[in-house]
Design a protein around this ligand. Structure first.
Ligand code: B16
Ligand code: MG
Length: 242
């Protein structure tokens, strides 16, 4: 009886037990879901260049700080934010035409990408997670996500890929993460999301998931933990989310 009480207490405090010198890992995180732009590769910079080019054409000033608002949100929502910045009113057709123009420039930049552009340490982290039996998913608002992961030769690294073509509501709506969890067959509360965008952190939390922000604490303070780059996250840190 006394042993049972002690055992329960140990589970509660550390979720890690030693049985016959063998460590039994009781980590609750069963899946890690990665955002793409800004977490796995710096396509965020290509988005910025393409939006800036469009902004310049429209006579709108557009800075890196303005670009933060566009991270993680859909192409059309990004176009609306650009219109807000320039105090511009456009009809739906014109809005879509300009957003498509930006996308053509973005695709031009992206098509020149090479596998070496993947952030260092990301593949190793994914392999370490998978070795521990943790499922790995990709959830990107980008409609170009599949092209990007093919160019990086990482399409086979994920158990599930969900992109902007498969959802109705973009981040900060939780839809994309809930869909990824459903496809992975994992309860949202057992998922850990890696996100570089404020809208993405909000989406992960709204999905009832845990979230690691990749970037600056001033921007991503709502996340459960913030690291400055994806590879700063070590698998041993999973215990912090129990
Ligand atoms: P596209 P993520 C997001 O990707 C980007 O962060 C965001 O800036 C972009 O507007 C969005 O994808 C849509 O991208 O125009 O290629 O469909 O960060 O969710 O991987
Ligand atoms: Mg991102």
């Amino acid at each position: 009886m006394q042993f049972l009480k002690h055992w329960k207490k140990q589970i509660k405090s550390s979720k890690r037990l030693i049985f016959k010198n063998q460590q039994v890992d009781l980590t609750l995180i069963k899946a890690c879901i990665f955002d793409l732009d800004g977490v796995i590769v710096d396509t965020a910079h290509y988005h910025f260049l393409a939006w800036k080019r469009l902004a310049n054409e429209l006579g709108i000033e557009f800075t890196e700080a303005d670009n933060e608002r566009l991270k993680g949100v859909s192409r059309l929502r990004s176009m609306e934010i650009l219109m807000e910045l320039g105090d511009l009113t456009l009809n739906q057709h014109e809005k879509e035409r300009l957003a498509n123009k930006k996308n053509e420039w973005f695709v031009d930049y992206v098509e020149r990408m090479v596998p070496e552009e993947i952030f260092s340490g990301v593949k190793v982290l994914i392999h370490q997670l998978r070795d521990r039996g943790i499922k790995v998913g990709l959830a990107s608002s980008s409609k170009n996500a599949k092209t990007v992961i093919q160019l990086l030769h990482i399409q086979n690294e994920f158990d599930v890929v969900v992109d902007g073509n498969m959802i109705t509501h973009s981040k900060p709506d939780p839809e994309i993460f809930l869909l990824a969890a459903q496809k992975l067959g994992i309860d949202p509360k057992d998922c850990l999301v890696f996100e570089d965008a404020e809208a993405g952190v909000e989406a992960a939390l709204a999905a009832g998931m845990k979230c690691v922000g990749v970037g600056y604490p001033e921007q991503l303070g709502k996340a459960d933990k913030v690291v400055s780059k994806t590879s700063d996250f070590a698998v041993t840190m999973l215990h912090e989310f129990n």
